[in-house]
Unconditional design. Sequence first.
Length: 331
Amino acid sequence: MQTDVQSGGKEMKAKKVFSFISAGCMILSVGVGCTSQKTFEEPMDIAALNGPTGMGMTKVIQDKNKNYNISLYQSADEITGKIISGELEIACVPSNLASVLYTKTEKNISLLGVNTLGVLYIIENGQNIQNVEDLKGQKILASGQGSTPEYVLNQVLSGAGLEAGTDVEVTYLANHTEVINALLAGEGTIALLPEPHVTIAKTKDAALRTALDLNEAWESAEGTSLPMGVIIARKDYVEAHPKEVEAFLKDYEASVKFVNEKQEEAAEMMVEVGLFEKVEIALNSIPNSHIVFEEGKEAQADLEQFYSILQNVNPKAIGGSLPDETFYYAR
């Protein structure tokens, strides 16, 4: 997404690579285990991001299925070249980047599904903001200028009859850490942050509260959900290995269910596999990270509306044009 909303931020540790070559699957007592029984001819190379976009992959990583070589990255920019060059078969990326890659690869990208809905929040040191309209005349600290956070914020403000720069002052900083530091230093009382940085900020100042969920605000203004993270695959790989892709999606869907239903166990796993450094932050981040699995065709309408809005704001944000029907995967 050319931003670190889903990537977990530049301040996290360097990427950790997991090459899973051990046999078998770990079956948990909760009944969620690997569904891939058959060994693939070649392991599937998969990339996930630190942060919400990669959190749904937790159980797949922990299971150490020999069919998957999974690498974790800090930034979506690290993944882009590997998808284009064919080094990766599947990747979890920001939704707008999926559209950009579809254009760059001459339509050799298949959008397998949406894995993360809105993760952006307005947090406040105070009690003044109860709805979007309350932001009028306020100053917001934020990062992600020229990318999805700015576009989403501006669209939500517009839905409430407000305009950034006129009705609301938005001060953009270099990254989420700078926003948190500025907030803690009293340079402002209101900030736009994604998870897990909302949770990180709250651990540093208990007075901070979540004032607005921009996913809810988006749904209210646009009538659709806010698809911010997706799973993509090289289309040539999908066409050549449909059964392998189907097996992975079953494993992934089971992992998402596990993360949402067994949050304490999932939080511990997230630390074990390197997605987070502390269980407390992982656990508190899960409920507000909106981790889902919606198959490509099922999510098409929401994605098309999201892409259309981005196109109107900045066509480059989605690669210049809207993806066509062949972009969306259907089983």
